[in-house]
Write a protein that binds this ligand. Structure first.
Ligand SMILES: N=C(N)N/N=C1\CCCc2cc(NC(=O)c3cc4cccc([N+](=O)[O-])c4[nH]3)ccc21
Length: 322
């Protein structure tokens, strides 16, 4: 901790490493004033895309996204420091660690639990898309679990690859009178704007891995086909020994998310309407842990019932309208 910023060391005590990410690491920290446990993610600036220019821009964009997003299934930053070579991001503790390790240790996640996690991922990505953000790097390593229990809140993290959808020149062009506009501008326009479909595909792969314990696309899955060929041709196998106990509805969601053509691939909201997710008990459990009724604050007093019920009711209505 030698070159930590002074104000950081004054505010937090950094202790052991709790997770080793592909870029940087995660440590357990204590806020000195409250003794509350927090997670510290250190990101080395050199880990951002090559040239310094884009590195700082992409890093600043990510930090901007991290500080702007507000959803129970998206990681929330609690504090932020930076030095010449690193970013120090303080986050809520996610003691269940990465979904990647949970799937590895359990081989397969039980279908009802996989559905609970998948529903939360859909709600988180629905929020991102409604706010013009595409994650573009959804994978089990970037899904964190709040506890070691099966029933727990999941939070999506790592917005390094994410993209903010801006009003494009093409959108402005299509608003004007197209007197002199070439036909291909209209035909090309049809396919633009499907970039959010990449997140739906990735969630399909994550769901496949959670349910079956192996990925749909991997080297030697199909002799003579590279992983990218398997993906571009949408070739994967439901190995019977792994999929026999899994419902047809679950398989149907996976099939419709792993459609090669983004124009026909299930969107996030279509996935939320799929019969597999039409499970009131699961949704009740999910909403209950995502929006806990008596979230106790520092002095342990619960929020007044009516206020939280109202806010919970309001939130879920808003959530539906989102
Ligand atoms: N790379 C990038 N540009 N942005 N990445 C980011 C953006 C900043 C937030 C962020 C957080 C994490 N990860 C955790 O928080 C975390 C992992 C983990 C493992 C075990 C236990 C706990 N825990 O008990 O808390 C854990 N917390 C990984 C990547 C990123």
């Amino acid at each position: 901790q030698s070159n930590l910023p002074k104000e950081l060391s004054e505010k937090y005590m950094i202790t052991k490493k709790i997770g080793v990410g592909v870029c940087g690491e995660v440590k357990l920290a204590f806020e000195r004033a409250t003794c509350k446990k927090v997670a510290l993610k250190t990101i080395n600036k050199k880990d951002f895309p090559a040239s310094v220019g884009t590195a700082t821009r992409s890093a600043e964009r990510e930090i901007q996204i991290l500080q702007k997003i507000d959803h129970p299934c998206l990681i929330k930053t609690k504090d932020f420091f930076q030095t010449d070579d690193s970013y120090y991001i303080f986050l809520e503790l996610m003691e269940g660690g990465e979904l990647f390790d949970r799937v590895k240790s359990k081989q397969q996640i039980k279908e009802p639990i996989a559905k609970l996690y998948f529903y939360q991922m859909l709600k988180a990505v629905e929020y991102l898309h409604n706010n013009g953000i595409i994650h573009r790097d959804l994978k089990p390593e970037n899904v964190l679990l709040s506890s070691h229990d099966d029933v727990c809140v999941i939070k999506i993290t790592d917005f390094n690859q994410s993209k903010i959808l801006e009003e494009s020149a093409l959108m402005r062009t299509l608003c004007g009178t197209p007197t002199y506009l070439a036909p291909e501008v209209f035909t090309d326009a049809v396919t633009v704007g499907y970039s959010r479909a990449v997140d739906a595909w990735s969630l399909g792969v994550v769901l496949f891995v959670c349910l079956a314990g192996y990925p749909p696309f991997y080297p030697d899955a199909r002799i003579g086909l590279s992983v990218s060929d398997q993906i571009t041709q949408g070739i994967y196998t439901f190995i019977p020994s792994k999929w026999d106990g899994i419902s047809d509805d679950a398989k149907d969601v996976v099939k419709k998310l792993l459609r090669v053509d983004p124009n026909v691939r299930l969107t996030i909201e279509e996935a939320l309407q799929h019969p597999w997710l039409m499970d009131e008990a699961m949704k009740e459990t999910a909403e209950g842990i995502m929006y806990p009724k008596d979230s106790r604050d520092a002095d342990g007093t619960a929020d007044s019932g009516d206020a939280t019920v109202a806010s919970t009711g309001k939130r879920s209505r808003e959530d539906e309208e989102e």
